[in-house]
Structure formats: structure tokens, C-alpha cells
Design a protein around this ligand. Structure first.
Ligand SMILES: [Zn+2]
Length: 239
């Protein structure tokens, strides 16, 4: 999405998000070789993060089987991903919460939003994206067991924002909706991964970011955590 020659195609979401059997007729956009995320470690990290989320469907679970292999191949990746974790019980089953690297997460989600915008409107998005994941839990809740009043309210509000459902060929992996307001920067993407991981990207101007730093919804939960779907026992050989 820079001014260099776009001599490659990039998938959006990245190709690595799609497990075997779900790789046909994906959305692609032109990209310069430098900014093509195809083989990026951030993509692998974020794909693993999303497909291991507690809320994914069967396709997400199949993708997570692949992700687990990437952890087995690279104990360093595993240690970095789960540098901070805590055992918890969810629906009677033991699993764990771990701290998420939001910088990497947001970088990849912004790239997805940029690509979808270009795919849809045929031009580059000229503003910034604020990224918010509606399935992560706050660090205070995940690690200290504190009650979170802010995020449930925000999520209830977001679910009511009108967003047109766009057609995708692999809806079990990825679906999205887009809402456009009056102003050019007023664009909201709702990205739904593996049937249950709800992520939002909001367009914002630099002035909005500067004048109101709190406007970034994720700021208050900058050290978010995610709940893993899998049991600890499946990781104990690497831990
Ligand atoms: Zn570029």
C-alpha cells in the first residue's frame, strides 16, 4: 500500500489463515514485494492467536492443529507467544489465558483493513485504523480476576452498528461487513474469523488520534489476553 510498483498479489486475510480445503477464490490485492505479508512472522503469530481463540468453529480448530505444529517446530515461537500465561477454568475445563502482543496483532489487522478497502473501493485508505478485538479479555480480568465493566458495554454497542455483509467464498474462515458514514474517514470494518472471533477496524484521522488519544478503543486494554481453546495438556511437552 505504498507508492512502489505493486508487482505481487497479497491475500486478505493472509493465505496462512486458510486451512487446506478452504483456499479457493480468496480475496487478493496488488502489493509491492516489500509490504507483502505473505511470509511474515507477524502473520503466523496473529493467525495462531486468532485460530486458538476459545470462540472459533471447527475450521478454526483444524487451523489450530497446524498452528500447534508450528509451535512444536519452534519452541522459541512458543515461548514468545506464551511468555506470560495463567491457568483458568472455562466452562468446567482447564485452559489458560496469555498475554497478547497487540502491536503485532494490530499491524496485521490494519493490513487486512487496508486491503479490503482497496478491494472494495479501488483506492487506498488515506486515514488511520483503530483496531479492537471483541473476544479478548482485559488483563485485569484475565490475570487478576477483576470485573470488567467497560468492554462488555462497548461490545454490546458495536454489535448494533449496521455493517453490510459482504460476500466471501470461505465464510467459515472469514466474513466481514463494512459501514461507511458521511465523512471519508468514517469507515468501520467488522471482521469475523472462524465463525466467532469478532474484530473491528475503525477509520480515524490523525487529528482525531492526536486530540483524543483515548479514542482508541483498545488503549485501555493494551495488555489484553486471549483465552485458549485447547487444554494445557496438549502443550505440556513444550512448556
Ligand atoms: Zn509497499
Amino acid at each position: 500500500m505504498c507508492n512502489r510498483a505493486a508487482t505481487t498479489r497479497e491475500h486478505s486475510p493472509p493465505y496462512a489463515f486458510f486451512p487446506p480445503g478452504h483456499r479457493t477464490n480468496l480475496i487478493t490485492v496488488p502489493s509491492c514485494p516489500t509490504h507483502n505479508n505473505r511470509n511474515s512472522l507477524d502473520v503466523e503469530y496473529v493467525r495462531n492467536l486468532i485460530c486458538s481463540d476459545l470462540h472459533v468453529n471447527e475450521v478454526g480448530l483444524a487451523m489450530f492443529a497446524t498452528a500447534r505444529r508450528s509451535f512444536e517446530r519452534s519452541p522459541a515461537l512458543f515461548r514468545r507467544t506464551f511468555a506470560r500465561y495463567r491457568l483458568v477454568v472455562v466452562n468446567g475445563e482447564e485452559t489458560f489465558v496469555y498475554k497478547v502482543n497487540l502491536t503485532r496483532f494490530k499491524r496485521i489487522i490494519r493490513a487486512v483493513a487496508n486491503a479490503l478497502y482497496f478491494h472494495e473501493f479501488g483506492e487506498k485508505f488515506q486515514h488511520h485504523w483503530l483496531v479492537y478485538n471483541a473476544t479478548m479479555i482485559s488483563e485485569n480480568r484475565g490475570f487478576r480476576g477483576l470485573v470488567d465493566t467497560h468492554n462488555p458495554q462497548l461490545r454490546a454497542m458495536l454489535r448494533n452498528v449496521p455493517a453490510a455483509e459482504q460476500h466471501t467464498n470461505q465464510p467459515e474462515v472469514f466474513r466481514y461487513g463494512v459501514y461507511r458514514g458521511q465523512e471519508e474517514h468514517e469507515v468501520l470494518y467488522r471482521l469475523l474469523f472462524y465463525g466467532g472471533v469478532d474484530i473491528y477496524a475503525f477509520g480515524a484521522t490523525p487529528e482525531q488520534l492526536e486530540n483524543n488519544p483515548q479514542s482508541e478503543p483498545n488503549r485501555g486494554q493494551a495488555r489484553d489476553s486471549a483465552i485458549l481453546k485447547d487444554q494445557r495438556s496438549e502443550f505440556c511437552n513444550v512448556l
